[in-house]
Design a protein around this ligand. Structure first.
Ligand SMILES: [Zn+2]
Length: 218
């Protein structure tokens, strides 16, 4: 899942209004920010297997450090704790921790049973929504529209970057999403990891645009 994680992040601005959208994006996408680093380091494995599911040709062979349920809770606790130590905002820290764990839960909806529960165990979870392209698009686009709507209502643009910039950013995310859904399969595991690193850029862009929008007080 890609857009669905951002949907939850952008919707979370309403419950953690003082937190940067970049931080919210980083929390919701955190497992996918760690994952390509581990793939490139050789600690986790992914393969290109066209037909693995209808939506994605990726075969997630081994990724317990980034994507096991147990580790998602650990990452969430670390993320929330670090945020709390820096910002002293208990509520926002809890929201961020929950966003990190939400990544695992949302991935469990779309992935086929390949998500580990623990670091070493054999149990794998996945409801397989990715077997349906229409179902995946419907769920993720609806989630994203709802999250974006909530964000646009909770904040207002201060200038062009906050206004037009947000529209361009949303378009950019939709184009990447369409590319993942309908584009050719990536050539190699390393290519997947490098393109996934692009999510770091998405986090920076979200932070930048959010600085150009203020909370609506009324
Ligand atoms: Zn993921």
């Amino acid at each position: 899942m890609f857009l669905g994680h951002y949907a939850v992040a952008i919707g979370a601005k309403k419950v953690a209004p003082k937190t940067s959208l970049g931080t919210l994006f980083a929390a919701a996408a955190f497992l996918d920010l760690v994952w390509p680093v581990l793939v490139l380091a050789g600690d986790e494995r992914v393969a290109v297997a066209p037909g693995a599911t209808a939506f994605t040709p990726l075969d997630f062979e081994h990724y317990p450090i980034s994507h096991s349920l147990v580790m998602s809770v650990v990452w969430g606790a670390v993320f929330g704790t670090v945020y709390f130590l820096v910002r002293r905002d208990r509520r926002a820290a809890a929201v961020l921790g929950a966003l990190v764990v939400s990544h695992w839960a949302l991935d469990a909806v779309v992935h086929r049973p390949d998500l580990p529960l623990t670091l070493g165990g054999d149990a794998r979870i996945g409801l397989g929504l990715w077997n349906s392209i229409t179902g995946t698009l419907a769920v993720e686009l609806a989630m994203f529209a709802a999250g974006l709507w909530s964000y646009v209502r909770a904040t207002r643009a201060d200038d062009g970057i906050g206004g037009v910039g947000l529209a361009v950013f949303v378009l950019f995310l939709l184009v990447i999403y369409a590319g993942a859904a309908f584009g050719p399969p990536p050539p190699s595991a390393n290519a997947i990891a490098w393109s996934d690193m692009g999510q770091w850029l998405v986090v920076l862009l979200a932070a930048w645009i959010d600085r150009h929008r203020s909370l609506r007080t009324a």
